[in-house]
Design a protein around this ligand. Sequence first.
Ligand SMILES: [Zn+2]
Length: 67
Amino acid sequence: MVKKKSKKQFIKICPKCGSTKVKMPPAGMDLKLTFRDYCLDCRARGIFPEIEKTKVKDFQKKLKKKR
Ligand SMILES: [Zn+2]
């Protein structure tokens, strides 16, 4: 029997602009200093939420509705 594995891919997203161009701190480096994510589009820093890749568009829609 073959079981289908539904792999959910999670991706970091910027809560401010909805961009997924988020730089993640490289693992294994100075953890205390590199704990923040960094948005390449709006340059926001912080700990960004991770959402499913398929929900990125929903997230971005919601962001636009707020304004
Ligand atoms: Zn951003």
